[in-house]
Ligand binder design. Structure first.
Ligand SMILES: Cc1cc2nc3c(=O)[nH]c(=O)nc-3n(C[C@H](O)[C@H](O)[C@H](O)COP(=O)(O)OP(=O)(O)OC[C@H]3O[C@@H](n4cnc5c(N)ncnc54)[C@H](O)[C@@H]3O)c2cc1C
Length: 425
C-alpha cells in the first residue's frame, strides 16, 4: 500500500498513539513523517502491562478513592508514592484529581472512557490484519483478584459504571480463582472476570510491527528530539531538532505522551500533564503458568503472561517527568510477585520504568490547537493508552480530515482545564 499524496503530516511521538495515527492517516491518503527522540515504541508504550481493556470505564479518581491515598502514601510497599520534595509541584494536579472524583464528574468521565475504550479490539483488528502484528492482541479475558472478601469488584459506584456501560462481569469466589489460575497463592478471597477484555502478548513488538507497516506504506521515521517549533502567522512551519536539523511542516500532530506538555509550551499553552510513573519486572523463566492477565486489586499491579515471560507491571509514582527511576519500586513488585505466586522463579529478571502521560481527570487531549491552523493534539491516555491507542489514532485522522467522529469530543478538549480559574489556565 504505497500511497501518493499531496497532504503531509509530521507526527511527534512514535508510541502506540503516534504510530496508530500514522496508519489511519495513511489510509486517508496522507504522507507521514514520524519524529521521535527514541526508536518507535521505546516510551511508555514499551513496558506497560499489556492489558487491552474495553471494559475500563472506572476512573482512578472516584468518590472514596481519596480516602485510600493517605494509607497508600504511608505504606512504603503501597501502590502510590510521591517523591519527597515533589508534592508542592504536584498540588495543582492533585486538586484537579480530587475535583474529578465528585460523583457527577466521575460518571461523566466514565462515559467518555467507555466511548474511547469500547472499540479497541475492533480498531486493532483493522490495523493489524495481514501484518506481523496480527495475533499480538487477544481477547482472552482479564481476572481481578483481592485478598479481601467482596473487594475485587470495587465500590458500588464502580459496579454501577460497568453495568451502565454493559461491561460483562463474572463474580468469583476463592475456589473459582484457584480453579482458573492454580499458580496463584491461596490468599485471594474475591475476584471478578471481565471476559471481553484481553491483552497484548508483546506491547513493544506491537508498536514496532505497526511502525514497520507505516514505513512500508511510505512513512519516514526521523530520530531526533524536537527542541523548538517555529510559527509564521497562524501556522506552524518548521520543527527544530536537537543537533540543529530542521523539518518543514505542512501539518503537525503532537502525540508525544508525557513529553507533550513541553511541546505545548512552545505555543504559550499550559496543560497539567504529569508522569504517573510505573514500573515493571519481567521474569524470563518464571516457572509458573498463568492463563490470562491477573490484576492484584489491593496492590495495584497486573501480572501478565507475555512472549518474553511473566511481567508484573503497575504502581504509581509521582516524581516529575524525566526524573531518575527509583528501582526499589520495581524490586517491590518482585517481592509482591513472590507472595502472589508461591512457586515463582526470579533469577532472570529485567526491570523497566515508564511515564504514563496523565491529566488530572484521567482523560486524554484529542483536539485541534485553537489559534494555530495546522496543529493537532492526541496525548494523555494515562493508564489506558495501549487500549485507547488505535481509537485515538482513528480520531486524530478524523480531526486532520475535518471529519466528525463518533467520540464525545467535548470531553477531550484542551481548554477544559482552563475552566478552573488560576489553576491550569
Ligand atoms: C507500568 C505501566 C503499565 C501500563 N499498563 C497498561 C495496560 O495494561 N493497558 C493500557 O492500555 N495502558 C497501560 N499503560 C499506559 C500506556 O502504556 C500509555 O498510556 C501509552 O503507552 C501512551 O502511549 P503514547 O503513544 O501516548 O506515549 P509514549 O509511548 O510514551 O510515546 C510518546 C513518544 O514521544 C516521544 N517524545 C516525547 N517528547 C518528544 C520530543 N520533544 N521530541 C521527540 N520525541 C518526543 C517519546 O520519546 C515517546 O517515544 C501502562 C503504563 C505503564 C507505565
Amino acid at each position: 500500500m504505497n500511497m501518493r499524496s499531496e497532504r503531509h503530516v509530521t507526527i511527534v511521538g512514535a508510541g502506540i498513539v503516534g504510530v496508530c495515527s500514522a496508519l489511519w492517516l495513511q489510509r486517508d491518503g496522507w504522507a507521514v513523517t514520524l519524529v521521535d527522540s527514541l526508536p518507535p515504541g521505546r516510551g511508555a508504550s514499551f513496558g506497560n502491562a499489556g492489558n487491552i481493556s474495553p471494559g475500563a470505564v472506572v476512573p482512578y479518581s472516584i468518590p472514596g478513592s481519596l480516602r485510600q491515598v493517605p494509607g497508600w502514601l504511608f505504606d512504603p510497599t503501597g501502590p502510590l508514592s510521591i517523591r519527597p520534595g515533589y508534592l508542592p509541584r504536584l498540588l495543582p494536579w492533585l486538586f484537579g484529581w480530587v475535583r474529578a472524583s465528585r460523583k457527577e464528574e466521575a460518571l461523566r468521565i466514565s462515559a467518555a472512557m467507555h466511548a474511547l475504550h469500547s472499540e479497541s479490539f475492533e480498531a486493532y483488528a483493522q490495523l493489524t490484519r495481514g501484518t506481523d502484528a496480527e495475533g499480538l492482541v487477544e481477547r482472552i479475558g482479564q481476572l481481578y483478584v483481592s485478598e479481601k472478601p467482596g473487594a475485587a469488584a470495587g465500590s458500588a459506584l464502580a459496579q454501577e459504571m460497568r453495568a451502565k456501560a454493559g461491561v460483562a462481569v463474572q463474580v468469583l469466589d476463592a475456589n473459582d480463582i484457584q480453579q482458573m489460575e492454580p499458580a496463584l497463592a491461596h490468599r485471594f478471597q474475591s475476584g471478578i472476570l471481565l471476559p471481553d477484555n484481553g491483552r497484548c502478548r508483546n506491547p513493544h513488538r506491537l508498536v514496532t510491527a505497526l511502525a514497520e507497516v507505516s514505513v512500508r506504506n511510505g512513512a519516514q521515521i526521523v530520530q531526533g528530539e524536537v527542541m523548538a517549533i517555529q510559527t509564521e502567522g497562524s501556522r506552524v512551519t518548521r520543527l527544530i531538532l536537537d543537533g540543529g536539523s530542521q523539518l518543514t511542516l505542512d501539518a503537525l500532530l503532537i502525540a508525544a505522551g508525557a513529553g507533550s506538555g513541553r511541546l505545548l509550551k512552545q505555543f504559550g499553552r499550559s496543560v497539567p500533564i504529569e508522569a504517573e510513573r510505573g514500573y515493571h519486572v519481567t521474569l524470563a523463566d518464571p516457572g509458573v503458568v498463568l492463563h490470562r492477565p491477573v490484576t492484584h486489586r489491593d496492590w495495584g499491579f497486573a501480572a501478565q503472561p507475555m512472549d518474553m515471560g511473566l511481567r508484573l507491571a503497575g504502581t504509581v509514582e509521582f516524581a516529575g517527568i524525566g526524573a531518575a527511576p527509583n528501582w526499589r519500586r520495581a524490586d517491590l513488585l518482585m517481592e509482591q510477585a513472590k507472595r502472589m505466586f508461591p512457586g515463582v522463579q526470579t533469577d532472570q529478571v529485567s526491570r523497566w520504568c515508564g511515564d504514563r502521560p496523565s491529566l488530572p481527570d484521567g482523560l486524554p487531549v484529542l483536539d485541534r490547537m485553537s489559534g494555530v491552523a495546522n496543529v493537532f493534539l492526541a496525548f494523555g491516555n494515562s493508564h489506558f493508552g495501549l487500549t485507547a491507542g488505535p481509537v485515538m489514532g482513528r480520531a486524530a485522522a478524523a480531526l486532520l480530515n475535518g471529519r466528525a467522529t463518533r467520540l464525545p469530543m467535548q470531553h477531550f478538549r484542551l481548554d477544559r482545564f482552563g475552566r478552573v480559574p488560576g489553576l491550569f489556565a
